[in-house]
Design a protein around this ligand. Structure first.
Ligand SMILES: Cc1cc2nc3c(=O)[nH]c(=O)nc-3n(C[C@H](O)[C@H](O)[C@H](O)COP(=O)(O)OP(=O)(O)OC[C@H]3O[C@@H](n4cnc5c(N)ncnc54)[C@H](O)[C@@H]3O)c2cc1C
Length: 387
């Protein structure tokens, strides 16, 4: 295990690895270590010691931090100034790092209002596979000089470069938040969410979790109340406005769909599907069908206006998990969507590939990989069988 203290040492590690033809598994906090294909690397490069704030300008609402800093730690630093980084992926509570968030392109319900990590990053420093240090972007929000390297490594799962620091734009912590809840099926949930999206109410999250629709608003206390009432008018009978404890509990239930916690979940598979928002209900029905056919127990979370569907599969045998994944993946691919296999029981990828049909851009992905990591030293196997 290599545990460099700073970007210069990361560069030395990558130079040494290139000279020795040594494959590296780049790890932040390790919360997404098994996503995608299994890595064939003899050495782990842990970035967690790069955990300092390099520059914070509360007046500009930007912060530059080293890539191994936990998102939760960054949030405590900026909260003192009434600010936040608008990321709310479930695994932040388990210590996920800022570099890991960009490398996995992971985001929670707030994606609807704020986008993903790549939309919040305005500058990045990467160490390329030959040890060269590359910077792009800067500290100001309007900055379009050079290649946008941060977008290049978004979702690259440690296969293109090591991220050593990131500069983010921040948002104010809202004075109030409020959540509306209604027990409903996915089809009605989509109809309600679309009707609310057509108004000027601007929800910051619209999620359906196994039979329940949650809509979240942010703003001033009175503004949030007005918008909750207006949205409840659209969803009608059976709608409740949650108090703070109920809302915390409801959003924790949402987070549990995509985040595997503790040893009790070793037999759990989690999948992350992306498709057109208009296809979300078909994809949820497909997930229910696949699980039913193979005797697996589903928990499903759907970002109704973002096209994200998280499926958690419990119980059943390993081969039933594999058959469920395979069937659901084919369904999503038939809707032009993609699926990322996240956590899974040991041995699952002996039965099925970690990735489904290659996307139409696979030739471009391979060319980028060959240009940035010609020796295939960074995360080899992660995108197998695509490259
Ligand atoms: C056909 C279609 C239409 C959509 N239309 C809309 C719409 O109208 N409105 C809307 O809000 N949303 C829409 N979405 C959803 C929206 O596009 C997704 O939320 C968004 O694209 C997520 O992008 P991402 O980079 O975070 O994806 P990711 O989750 O990062 O990636 C998707 C897949 O590509 C892989 N990947 C990503 N980056 C790399 C990389 N650098 N190297 C190798 N592999 C990589 C990932 O591992 C994953 O398998 C649509 C999605 C699809 C598929």
């Amino acid at each position: 295990m290599w545990e460099p203290d700073n970007a210069r040492e990361v560069a030395e590690c990558l130079r040494d690895a290139a000279q020795e033809h040594r494959a590296l598994n780049i790890v932040g906090a390790g919360t997404a270590q098994y996503w995608g294909g299994d890595i064939r690397a003899s050495t782990t490069l842990r970035i967690h010691k790069l955990d300092s704030v390099l520059r914070y300008e509360p007046g500009d609402m930007t912060i530059q931090v080293e890539a191994g800093m936990a998102v939760a730690d960054l949030q405590s630093v900026v909260a003192d100034h009434g600010q936040r980084l608008a990321l709310d992926a479930a695994r932040i509570d388990r210590g996920a790092t800022v570099g890991g968030m960009l490398a996995t392109a992971d985001q929670g319900p707030a994606q609807l209002a704020f986008g993903g990590p790549r939309d919040l990053v305005i500058g990045a420093t990467l160490v390329l596979s030959d040890g060269e240090i590359a910077r792009s972007g800067g500290h100001v929000i309007k900055n379009v000089a050079g290649y946008d390297l941060a977008r290049l490594v978004s979702g690259s799962l440690g296969t293109l470069a090591a991220i050593t620091d990131l500069t983010f734009r921040l948002h104010p912590i809202p004075a109030a938040t409020g959540t509306l809840s209604i027990e409903t099926g996915i089809d009605e949930a989509v109809t309600y969410a679309e009707a609310i999206a057509e108004t000027a109410l601007e929800p910051v999250a619209a999620e359906w979790i196994s039979g329940r629709l949650l809509i979240r608003f942010e703003g001033t206390r009175s503004g949030v109340h007005e918008r909750l009432d207006a949205a409840a008018h659209i969803t009608g009978v059976g709608t409740s406005i949650l108090d703070d404890d109920e809302a915390t509990q409801a959003w924790a239930q949402q987070a549990a769909v995509s985040s595997r916690n503790g040893h009790s979940a070793q037999d759990t598979t989690t999948l992350h599907g992306l498709a057109r928002p208009s296809d979300v209900s078909s994809i949820v029905h497909a997930a229910e069908r696949s699980c039913l056919e193979h005797g697996a127990v589903p928990t499903i979370g759907a970002g109704l206006l973002t096209g994200r569907v998280d499926l958690r599969i419990d119980a059943a045998t390993l081969s039933a998990h594999a058959a469920t994944v395979d069937q659901w993946r084919q369904d999503i691919e038939s809707h032009d969507g993609t699926v990322t296999l996240r956590d899974r029981p040991e041995g699952l990828t002996d039965l099925i590939d970690a990735w489904g049909e290659p996307p139409s851009a696979v030739a471009a992905l391979r060319a980028v990989k060959a240009a940035y990591d010609p020796g295939d030293l960074l995360g080899p196997g992660r995108f197998h069988p695509w490259f």
